[in-house]
Design a protein around this ligand. Structure first.
Ligand SMILES: Nc1ncnc2c1ncn2[C@@H]1O[C@H](COP(=O)(O)OP(=O)(O)OP(=O)(O)O)[C@@H](O)[C@H]1O
Length: 403
């Protein structure tokens, strides 16, 4: 490692006079001490390096695990035989004989629904039908978002209120005028611009339940279950009416038909058909409203946009300067910010950022001030936070290029 001298035991010989002996020995001790310090420093550096590599290994392991996790398919147990268990996969109706552990064999019986992996091995039993539902459907009795929490979207708020609220609060008006109340709204725009907030605020304002389902989960988590989950979703919405059904990432179930005919595509098609038929069946009903959201408007199948399905297409863009200032003010409302915080400047420098970014800057600014043991969050903290959020999103952007 280092070139520590190996003559420690014999630095002087017997003929050296005592005073010189002592000096030489002292010199020797000094040299050894300094060598010792150098070695210790190197050891510390090496340890720090080792920790860094260990953390990297952990992170890579974690990412590797994530990549290895493939979606599960849903199947029904047909028969339990000595050779194995016969399962029929939902969606494509393919039957397969699969081996199971003794433990699993005891836990299942014909008719049970099970989750199987790519090689059709049973991963787990889905005894309760709400199991799958609970994983993809989120029901909130009273969402805590109000219109006052949303910045820079006045026009969009107005449109949502007209389309979603009026039919719920004043259904007679539509009867009297002789027009069908609008059934659905499609919100489209970049991520983090407040689409979910708009849907939640509409539910809250009308005392309606907020029922959220993510399109991607619908088709990717439990393949073969999409259509059934859509049916379940609307059933729950009817039971819990008045309710607002929020379908996030609707492009996952309603994107333009592709040329390939893989079973995955067929599954998405079936799910979309079910969605369309549920939406069509809703005509005239005022107490269940549908709000869908997408970041990929260009990908949507035109069928979903036909009149009577989504009556309003509302664009939710990135906030402009005025909008960003409002969002800064909203998210710093509860913070102890310094009196001379320059909101206009913050709004100016954050050009191109979303509401979610602005929210992240406010939170980070609070963290910077806590780190400095201060109780007031000042402009310096906000600008540091802006740099951090910008760098983080640039890194994210770079990473996603490799995904
Ligand atoms: N216009 C806004 N006003 C206030 N806060 C906002 C606004 N837009 C976004 N935010 C903040 O960002 C968070 C995420 O926003 P939201 O979930 O509504 O975005 P989204 O458009 O639904 O995004 P995604 O498409 O990624 O689902 C909100 O919880 C809120 O804190």
């Amino acid at each position: 490692m280092t070139d520590i001298s190996d003559d420690v035991d014999s630095p002087v010989d017997d003929s050296t006079p005592p005073k010189e002996k002592v000096d030489e020995l002292q010199e020797r001790v000094e040299k050894l001490r300094s060598e010792n310090e150098q070695v210790r420093d190197k050891l510390l550096d090496a340890n720090a390096e080792k920790n860094k590599y260990e953390q990297k290994v952990e992170r890579l392991k974690h990412e590797n695990e994530k990549l290895k996790k493939s979606p599960l398919f849903v199947a029904t147990v047909q028969e339990i035989t000595d050779e194995g268990v016969v399962v029929r996969q939902h969606g494509n109706n393919q039957e397969a004989l699969t081996e199971v552990t003794d433990e699993m064999r005891e836990g299942i019986e014909p008719g049970d629904r099970v989750a199987v992996n790519n090689s059709l091995s049973i991963v787990k039993a889905l005894t309760d039908s709400t199991d799958v539902r609970a994983r993809v459907m989120e029901v909130t009795e009273t969402p805590d978002t109000t219109y006052e929490d949303i910045g820079g979207l006045d026009e969009q708020v107005k449109e949502v209120r007209e389309t979603i609220e009026l039919p719920l609060t004043d259904p007679d008006m539509f009867d009297e005028t002789g027009i069908d109340p609008p059934s659905g709204v499609l919100l489209h725009g970049p991520p983090g611009t407040g689409k979910t907030m708009l849907a939640k605020a509409a539910a809250r304002q009308t005392d309606a339940r907020f029922i959220k389902m993510a399109g991607s989960e619908l088709v990717h988590k439990f393949i073969g279950e999409g259509a059934r989950l859509v049916r379940d979703l609307f059933e729950v919405a009817r039971q819990k009416a008045p309710s607002v059904v929020f379908i996030d990432e609707i492009d996952a179930v309603a994107s333009k038909r592709t040329e390939s005919k893989t079973s995955g595509d067929a599954e998405v098609q079936r799910t979309m058909m079910q969605l369309l038929s549920e939406m069509d069946g809703f005509e005239g009903r005022g107490d269940v409203k549908i709000i869908a959201a997408t970041n990929r408007f260009d990908m949507l199948d035109r069928a979903i946009l036909r009149p009577g399905r989504f009556d309003r297409l509302i664009e939710v863009p990135l906030p402009n300067e005025e909008g960003r200032e409002q969002i800064f003010r909203i998210h710093s409302r509860e913070m102890n910010v310094s009196d001379n915080l320059d909101y206009e400047r913050l709004a100016r420098v954050t050009e191109g950022m979303s509401g979610a970014d602005v929210k992240a800057i406010c939170t980070e600014a609070g963290m910077f001030s806590i780190r400095d043991r201060e109780t007031t969050v000042d402009m310096g903290d906000f600008l540091d936070a802006y740099d951090k959020v910008r760098e983080d999103s640039e890194e994210e952007g770079e990473k996603s290029m490799y995904v």
